[in-house]
Write a protein that binds this ligand. Structure first.
Ligand code: MSP
Length: 647
């Protein structure tokens, strides 16, 4: 069985993760899920980059030790990845002991091999990028990468003999066209290598920067943060600690990076590995930037989109979908909330969501909620072929890192299923009592739709699971092959009507979508704290933690219960909530006798506005689970004092 090892860059802990960071990680997750589903053994590594001057300075500013600072900031990434459903196999932190040992071992090894030497350094340093530059590299006296001012520096340092591998690297890149992708990024690196390569300064004197991994052969220095960070890719799969795992996973199949870190990954990293006698990765893929307007999204620019706010507003799956569908991998893309809503309403609400509820509804009404066996006619066979072909080409496109086109193929299939229904008119077949025709149309539409859902599963895992479940398929990530082509897997399964996957987003009438989105770009979305200008209901019915916390759920002990005259469904309850006695009206009389309730613990919504029901004041609501005609009170597992918080 083949293997697939994918990594994201490790993120600087100082930053609050924004949609650009989320993008790289979602993309890696989609690819990991896709390869897993295709039956490959997959390893997915992500993590945080925790050393360096910026971290030291941020910790000093807060008056806390750097370790405390990174321990407190790192969880922001983990929390975001949890909410986004990221299925990483390992989250690496560069402050882990295991990683420090690997870096030190590698430095010692390179030193012993004569690949590292000491020399006087005279040059320029950019604190922002944590990189040294020669006078000639500067652009109008500023950092060539970020344009910020640079500092003149003169000190003794350790250098890695990078220049001696320049010819080897050029040959390797030329002989392995897939090594740097997309092609134009390969050319960019080759262009960079046309100039003589300098040796790399890999140390920082502790007197200037103490927050780093100590150089094993000179205690007065720590190593350069990039030397430390790049090594995470081998630490993460067991280099130096678990040779079996390392042999299994290395070399990496895809280092996913943003275009901003191309040189470090396509020049420094392969040379570091080559010098240490370790094979180089199979592919480094650099994607473009998410822009706001024409500017890169970055915290220092103060123009970032908060992914948590997007998830709160539109849901996790819709956010993942938009990012995958909107960016042509390799190119830059512009983020606007207007484009988000447009795509959501068109692809997800109109095409996919409506199709699912339509088909489920008709299967319930006309086929007794069971997927029928099908004798396909010509139109059914045509649809099968179209969907099948699209799935195969979508699979190839995603495999070739063309995510947007891969997704587009599936949505094209969804549209074709909608057209098929318009043409075959199952509603007319129902009127004419043509059951065989209905079975063929609805059975085929259901099958085609589920095939699309399986293919979209890596992009929208939760929603597609929901969809497949409604069609009677117990989906779980990886259970379905990414490309099932079109095999009939459904006949005989029971469907469940009432699925509302992607409710349409209505844009508030008084702010045109366009204006609102423009506002968002520049102002509202730049500060996640600010509410969005576009007023939309949460399409998934999702609420934020803050919203949820507004609802106070409490346990309550029933003291008395009695029927209410003239209302056969209602009971009047007197309950104890902590110290407080309350009166409630509950619609449970058809299911519970008053005498069975006394002494029982129930769960109530404690901060509901008081209401008068049959002229009796009710202060709270008793929670029940209901399904069809059945209704059951929520029960507490064991004993707990009345008034206890339910959360
Ligand atoms: N710590 C280094 C990487 C070390 S890897 C050995 C670093 N970290 S970062 O947090 O600044 O950025 C990491 C990555 O976030 C970028 O390479 C890119 O993949 C992603 N993005 C950051 N801003 C982005 C956009 N505006 N758009 C798309 N991706 C962006 O560099």
């Amino acid at each position: 069985m083949s293997k697939y090892y994918i990594s994201t860059p490790i993120y600087y802990v100082n930053d609050k993760p924004h949609i650009g960071h989320a993008y790289t990680t979602i993309l890696a997750d989609v690819l990991a899920r896709f390869h897993r589903a295709a039956g490959e053994k997959t390893f997915f590594l992500t993590g945080t980059d925790e050393h360096g001057l910026k971290v030291q300075q941020a910790a000093e500013k807060r008056g806390v030790p750097p370790q405390t600072h990174v321990d407190e900031t790192m969880p922001r990434f983990r929390q975001l990845w949890d909410r986004l459903g990221i299925t990483y196999d390992r989250f690496i932190r560069t402050t882990e002991d295991a990683h420090k040992k690997v870096v030190q071992g590698l430095l010692q090894d390179l030193h012993d091999r004569g690949e590292i030497y000491r020399a006087e350094y005279d040059g320029w340093y950019c604190v922002g990028c944590e990189r040294y530059y020669m006078e000639k590299d500067l652009i109008e006296g500023t950092c060539p990468e970020c344009g910020r001012p640079v500092e003149k520096i003169s000190e003794s340092n350790y250098f890695f003999k990078m220049s001696k591998y320049q010819d080897w690297l050029i040959r390797h890149i030329q002989d392995n066209p897939g090594f740097i992708q997309p092609d134009f990024r390969r050319n960019e690196t080759l262009g960079f290598l046309r100039k003589p390569l300098q040796d790399l300064c890999i140390s920082r004197p502790k007197k200037r920067l103490a927050w780093g991994i100590e150089i094993p052969f000179d205690k007065d220095y720590v190593t350069y943060v990039w030397f430390d960070a790049l090594v995470n890719y081998i630490t993460g799969v067991g280099y130096g600690t678990d040779e079996h795992a390392f042999g299994k996973w290395w070399p990496a199949d895809c280092h996913l990076i943003g275009k901003d870190i191309l040189t470090t990954h396509t020049v420094y990293w392969p040379i570091m590995l080559k010098a240490a006698g370790i094979p180089v990765p199979n592919m480094i893929f650099a994607h473009g930037w998410w822009l706001l307007g024409d500017r890169k999204m970055s915290k220092s620019e103060g123009n970032v989109v908060d992914p948590m706010a997007m998830i709160d507003r539109y849901g996790n799956d819709a956010t993942r979908y938009f990012l995958m569908a909107e960016m042509s991998l390799g190119q830059d893309a512009s983020f606007t909330e207007e484009a988000f809503i447009r795509r959501y309403n068109s692809d997800l609400a109109n095409d996919l969501g409506n199709l699912a509820s339509r088909v489920l509804n008709m299967l319930t009404r006309h086929c007794g909620s069971t997927i029928p066996a099908v004798t396909p006619g010509e139109p059914e066979r045509e649809l099968e072929k179209l969907v099948s072909d699209n799935l195969v080409s979508s699979f190839q496109l995603v495999n070739g890192m063309k995510m947007d086109q891969g997704v587009e193929r599936i949505i094209t299939s969804v549209r074709a299923i909608n057209r098929f229904l318009e043409q075959r008119k199952p509603w007319d077949l129902a009127k004419n009592k043509d059951q065989a025709g209905l079975d063929a149309v609805l059975g085929t539409a259901a099958e085609a739709l589920c095939a699309c859902a399986i293919a979209l599963h890596p992009v929208m895992p939760s929603k597609m699971e929901e969809l497949l479940l409604a069609f009677g398929l117990k989906a779980s990530a990886g259970r379905f092959p990414s490309v099932s082509g079109f095999s009939r897997i459904l006949p005989g399964t029971t469907v469940c009507d009432g699925l509302k996957l992607f409710p349409r987003i209505e844009v508030k009438k008084d702010a045109s979508a366009k204006d609102a989105a423009m506002e968002n770009n520049e102002k509202a979305l730049s500060k996640s704290e600010k509410p969005p200008v576009v007023a939309v209901p949460a399409p998934d019915g999702l609420v934020s933690m803050d919203e949820f916390k507004k609802i106070q759920l409490r346990t309550a002990r029933v003291l008395t219960a009695e029927k209410i005259e003239g209302a056969d469904k209602l009971l009047r309850l007197e309950v104890l909530v902590g110290e407080e006695k309350r009166q409630l009206v509950a619609g449970i009389a058809l299911h519970y006798k008053p005498e069975d309730l006394v002494g029982r613990d129930v769960v109530i919504v404690a901060n509901l506005k008081p209401a008068k029901i049959r002229n009796i004041e009710s202060r709270g609501m008793v929670l029940c689970a209901s399904s069809g005609d059945a209704l059951k009170l929520l029960a507490i597992d064991g004993t707990i004092s009345s008034g206890a918080e339910v959360r």
